[in-house]
Design a protein around this ligand. Structure first.
Ligand code: ZN
Length: 536
């Protein structure tokens, strides 16, 4: 696979790692903040380095993907839906804040990490997770913190260079310190460093709560470097060669931009190769019934689509291209495209870049992901689940007719995803209700032409009882009525007749003008019931 964006980044990263640290494992990195539900859009922060690291591993090289959990960041605000009394924890590290009410997790951070960790496992993302709380409180960064404090004037000068290029930026308080302690008494970061002695490393701070003390920074493990210094420090500490970031990190004076001179001038390291990735949006997620709030997470997406399909969305687009994850009817089209690609790959007709994206979606360097043995079209599954209201026996009967499927497990996990989609995303007014009894009034009003068309349909059902066969039949009946062969090219008149015929069938079968695709609908309703409803 040498033909897609992933392979090209892997080439660059391998060459750069060879220059920077020959013979050492190659390091790709991501960072996530468990300050709340981790939005589906943030999955790109992980998927981009994952795909590159996976490509490097496929080439037999040692590569580690570090996932930094920024769980030592301060708790900023209480999200809607959480007990307002949590406001008393604002300013504490996320790992010191209790989990939301009802959670079984130890802390706020763990509560929001857990579903992301599960989603990443399902997605086949292998990584080494790093808790920044553990790193800071164990003293792992002690030398780097002392160095940053010694170099505080240099850091302040770098930041000032960027400040002067902007207008309206508030000046930093003087003197400038890049380290902020969490208060020993109240645990909050509402502290101000008032003095620091480079020789003794004695640091004095006061807190808004009234507490104040002097500590020896060489022994103090309750604080962290400010974000714009913390990030470049970690590039150097971990030897990161590849770390993408979102567009919000790339404005003038942002952490990415000031990180470059800071990592070079202060920490003696280099900025990673770091593409900016574009926004990932969502289409049409229905109001979720869950208590998770209205933020779509990767776990929500994995409820309605299989892991390889979600991986594919990220693999097929360059990081600079934005895209949307479909929670609405668009997911049917997405799955149609996915299945079409699968057929191309099986038939050896996929373009190299398409094939690369498919390979990255369906397997990692560790092995293949779970797929569905019998890939019935998602839109057909959704219609079947909708019409049968999820009745397992009926679904099995229909899948047997449709594709000689003998057990529902053969259609899983895709069937379960489609079921979940119908349950959570299909609006009530778009659900299909097959008529119990024939519409005698409508049937009685039909002319000879319509009756003949319905007779042709009813008589052809058994012979055409498959998705392809019924497609031929429903398009063919109006052609036969017009004196054309079933496989003839339709004339404009025939097309008009086809539309009218389809509308008539919908009215007779589901009492509306539209519905699921007719071949799927006919299969799902069953031949006997179709004949009854069309008056034959
Ligand atoms: Zn305090």
């Amino acid at each position: 696979m040498d033909s897609d964006w992933v392979a090209r980044f892997a080439d660059d990263v391998i060459a750069e790692a060879e220059r920077r640290a020959p013979g050492k494992p190659i390091v790709c990195a991501s960072g996530l903040s468990p300050s709340g539900p981790i939005h589906l859009g943030n999955l790109r922060e992980v998927m981009t380095p994952h795909l590159v690291a996976d490509e490097i591993r496929r080439r037999g090289l040692d590569c580690v993907h570090l996932l930094s959990w920024d769980d030592y960041d301060r708790f900023r605000k209480v999200p809607a839906g959480v007990d307002p009394s949590w406001a008393e924890h604002i300013g504490k590290p996320l790992t010191s804040v209790p989990a939301p009410p009802g959670s079984s997790h130890e802390s706020w951070a763990e509560h929001f990490k857990a579903p992301m960790t599960a989603a990443l496992a399902e997605l086949g993302v292998t990584y080494r997770g790093i808790s920044q709380t553990e790193q800071y409180t164990s003293g792992a960064y002690r030398e780097q913190i002392l160095l940053a404090m010694r170099e505080r004037e240099r850091i302040d000068a770098v930041l000032a260079r960027y400040r002067t290029r902007q207008t309206g930026d508030a000046p930093q308080p003087k003197p400038y310190f890049p380290y902020r302690p969490y208060c020993e008494l109240c645990e909050r970061d509402s502290t101000t460093v008032t003095a620091y002695d480079d020789d003794t490393t004695e640091l004095a701070y006061t807190c808004a709560c009234g507490f104040g003390e002097t500590v020896r920074l060489a022994e103090h493990d309750r604080g962290k470097l400010v974000w714009k210094v913390d990030w470049p420090m970690r590039w150097a500490y971990e030897g990161v060669v590849f770390e993408p970031s979102g567009v919000d990190h790339h404005s003038p004076g942002s952490a990415w931009v000031v990180g470059e001179p800071i990592v070079r001038e202060v920490f003696g390291g280099e900025q990673p190769i770091g593409p900016m990735y574009a926004f990932v949006g969502i289409t049409g997620m229905a109001k979720m019934s869950s208590s998770k709030g209205d933020v779509p997470t990767p776990a929500d997406a994995l409820e309605i689509m299989e892991a390889p399909v979600l991986r594919w969305l990220y693999a097929r687009r360059k990081p600079s291209q934005s895209f949307k994850v479909a929670f609405d009817q668009e997911i049917h089209r997405l799955y149609d495209e996915w299945d079409a690609l699968g057929r191309k790959v099986a038939g050896d007709t996929a373009q190299p870049a398409e094939l690369a994206a498919y390979e990255r979606a369906t397997r990692t360097a560790e092995g293949p992901l779970t797929g569905t043995e019998r890939a019935v079209p998602y839109r057909a599954l959704a219609s079947i689940v909708d019409i049968t209201t999820g009745d397992g026996e009926q679904i099995l009967r229909i899948l047997g007719d449709l594709d000689a499927i003998a057990s529902l497990d053969e259609a899983r996990p895709r069937l379960d995803r489609a079921q979940r989609w119908v349950d959570t995303q299909l609006p009530a007014d778009q659900r299909t209700h097959v008529r119990e009894a024939p519409d005698d009034e409508l049937l009685g009003s039909l002319g000879e032409d319509d009756r003949e068309a319905l007779r042709l349909l009813a008589d052809g059902l058994d012979e055409h009882w498959s998705l392809d066969g019924l497609t031929t039949l429903v398009y063919g009946v109006p052609k036969l009525r017009a004196g054309l062969a079933a496989d003839a090219k339709p004339t404009p008149e025939v097309k008009t007749a086809q539309r009218a015929f389809f509308t008539l069938l919908y009215r007779l079968l589901v009492g509306g003008e539209t519905g699921p695709r007719l071949p799927t609908l006919l299969l799902t309703v069953g031949a006997d019931r179709v004949r009854k409803l069309v008056g034959r």
